[in-house]
Ligand binder design. Sequence first.
Ligand code: DGL
Length: 271
Amino acid sequence: MHLAKQKPIGIFDSGIGGLTVMRAIRKILPNEDIIYFGDTAHLPYGDKSTEAIQSYSIKITNLLLSKECKVILIACNSASAAAYKLLKEYVGSKANVLNVIDPMISLIAEKYVNKTIGLIGTKRTIHSKVYEKKIHELGLGIKLKSLATPLLAPMIEEGYLNNPILHQTLADYLSRSEISGIEALILGCTHYPLIHKDIEAFYQGEVAILDSSQAVANSLYNLLASENLLNSQTKAGKSSFFVSDYTQSFQEAATLFFGENVRLEYYPLWE
Ligand code: DGL
């Protein structure tokens, strides 16, 4: 049995988008062992029902608990919206459960009192209204305007980066009245950091682009520090990358999302 602080951090996403979050975590927590699970067999989560996402999330959580993870981080907005509450209850005191939405809500509460901000994400995230509810509960006069942008995640997965079709699709989405007149835009999908620059270019500096990966990494760091769970090993932490369906294109995209070489391992969770 490991000491609690030496146990790994478990991260999961519908696929490889959550690697943008893991990348930010790796930078500030180099000594942690991290197990990443991408449910590529069920991608995309953004179009699935709440019930389906909840059942996938429970099964993945069981796997991460069996690997003794001290923290389970849901690195997917769609799964954070659909399954965070359930997972928190399900896991109880066995591990800490984190999502990618709450750190963004804290950041907005600090910087955007009485302002109008926008949100883009998958259908599941936008239709859940979870960001609206949390922002409303803050009672800080923040107005949220949101738009589902379901074409973006598949395009990014297909490697349509720096591509005129991506730019046209972005221009079409970002010009819609649903998200007009905003001061900042939340990237409510863990795939979108890869097109951060394209979104920034569209707004030409007039709208701040809010990417949650850094905020999530900071909140994970703070949690580990406050619970005395920071890994004290001096060597670099081990990273393992599991997927429920392996293809060469996932392998190539994973390296792109993580920013360095990744070796995906097939894990037969659904067999
Ligand atoms: N990475 C997921 C998210 O943050 C989007 C991809 C999907 O639909 O599975 O919502």
